[in-house]
Write a protein that binds this ligand. Structure first.
Ligand SMILES: [Zn+2]
Length: 106
């Protein structure tokens, strides 16, 4: 076998597709199912957070604002639900909470 032939054999061997046993396939499927389950849980947490933000009034129980100003009024963040309130996106909500005295300077 010359060098070229040896190299051709090595390449052909490296290119062979791995054949999985039934146990290996079952293990791979179990891992994929676990990943899918985790992804669904993450998606559920994100959807729950978004729902909480839509339902949150951004007010404390005493009806004072639960938001604080960030970057000198660039936006407000609700300390209850972490929703960001930008003046361009939600001017009414932003102005209402500024007028309620959202603390500035964070
Ligand atoms: Zn909120």
């Amino acid at each position: 076998m010359d060098q070229f032939e040896a190299l051709a054999h090595a390449i052909a061997k490296a290119a062979q597709t791995k054949v999985y046993s039934a146990e290996e396939l079952a293990e791979k499927e179990a891992i994929q199912a676990a990943r899918k389950h985790e992804a669904e849980q993450v998606l559920q947490r994100i959807n729950n957070k978004l729902l909480n933000q839509r339902l949150c009034s951004h007010l404390r129980f005493d009806n004072t604002t639960h938001t604080v100003s960030v970057n000198d009024g660039e936006y407000l963040i609700c300390q209850g639900c972490q929703h960001l309130i930008y003046p361009n996106a939600e001017p009414e909500v932003y102005n209402r909470h500024i007028q309620m005295g959202a603390p500035v300077g964070f």
